[in-house]
Design a binder for this molecule. Structure first.
Ligand code: ZN
Length: 351
């Protein structure tokens, strides 16, 4: 598998240079740009630090070849199990049997967390001697996938780092990390490229109606390309609000619960913006109408936020989507009197 790099995603170049700056500390939080190539950038920075021909990455030395092949002995990338599978990312020592740190169930789904066992393995690895003499690099992606136990295990390494060790913690929002972790790291931010750059890149990748996809992805070009890869097109996206108002949930029912929740939150955001006299951000303006009842929109927004905190739970998806879409429909049409629509009894919908 070959990952994209700063030659494919030229907006990464400045931030890569900032990460390469030798005066930086040993622990860095790389934040922002989750849908603009954050993971790709983290891997390139790691490759640059390990490159044997400064300023790297040169893409020619042995270290660079090993890094690209995921077999560099001094580079460890720690991902949640679920992400390892979706990225098809495996390297030595990953994907072995259950770590047995308490979350194993008989038929457990791949974990969305970075488990404490993974962090402990990484720390043990960091304290063995460096294979190629350029130090070691540990990348955690996303770092907020560490639960409190995992984060506390990592904290010791931040306090007493192994010699020549660099840590790169990737996260969308640094506030999602423990304050004790944040205070021991420097921060480097990746910002999404400009709209012009993003649109040009998406068109170059062959995406029609790139501006609608880009808006749907909150302005992040790789996220937009991924929406398209999941089968979303501009016409489908633009039709979601109207379908909700019509009570036609076929497209909605086919979406994964987290995707459907996100889309509803974006509709709610945009209708609120429109109602307040501002521009919608995620949907074309002609796909929406102002909401007639502000309070109904606020109630819907609250229900969506409440539910999305538990989006990984085994919901009975069709019932959940139906309830929330029903509330959304009522809010968009201004039917607030029905207490049934106003407050879907989420508690009864768990599988
Ligand atoms: Zn190199």
């Amino acid at each position: 598998m070959s990952m994209r790099n700063e030659h494919d995603l030229p907006w990464l170049k400045d931030t890569l240079a900032a990460l390469r700056d030798e005066s930086r500390g040993h622990a860095i939080i790389l934040h922002g740009g989750a849908g603009s190539g954050q993971f790709e950038l983290a891997l390139r920075a790691a490759q640059a630090w390990l490159c044997e021909s400064a300023p790297g990455p040169c893409d020619r030395c042995t270290s660079c070849h090993l890094a690209v092949a995921h077999s560099h002995p001094d580079l460890k990338v720690v991902l949640p199990e679920a992400l390892q599978q979706s990225l098809k990312w495996f390297s030595d020592g990953d994907g072995d049997a259950d770590g047995g740190d308490g979350d194993s169930k008989s038929k457990r789904k791949p974990s969305r967390e970075i488990r404490v066992e993974q962090v402990r393995q990484a720390i043990d690895w960091a304290h063995t001697s460096s294979g190629r003499g350029q130090g070691k690099v540990l990348v955690l992606f996303p770092a907020d996938a560490m639960n409190t136990v995992s984060a506390n295990a990592l904290l010791k390494t931040l306090e007493e780092p192994a010699a020549g060790m660099r840590l790169l913690l990737c996260v969308d929002d640094p506030e999602k990390l423990l304050p004790t972790i944040r205070s021991r790291c420097q921060r480097v931010r990746l910002t999404a490229p400009s709209m012009e750059t993003s649109l040009a890149w998406l068109k170059q990748q062959g995406h029609a109606d790139a501006h609608i996809l880009l808006a749907a992805a909150g302005g992040e070009p790789l996220a937009a390309a991924q929406l398209a890869a999941q089968g979303l097109n501009a016409a489908m996206w633009a039709s979601l609000p109207a379908q909700m108002v019509q009570g036609d949930l076929r497209v909605w029912a086919a979406m994964a619960v987290p995707d459907a929740l996100r889309a509803m939150q974006l509709i709610c955001h945009d209708v609120m913006a429109l109602t307040a006299g501002a521009e919608p951000r995620f949907f074309p303006a002609d796909a929406l109408e102002a909401g007639p009842d502000w309070q109904a929109l606020i109630d819907w927004q609250r229900a969506l936020v409440r539910t999305s905190r538990h989006a990984d739970h085994p919901w009975q998806a069709p019932l959940l989507i139906e309830a929330l879409a029903g509330q959304g429909r009522a809010a968009l049409l201004g039917h607030t009197s029905s207490s049934k629509a106003k407050s879907p009894r989420i508690g009864t919908l768990r599988a």
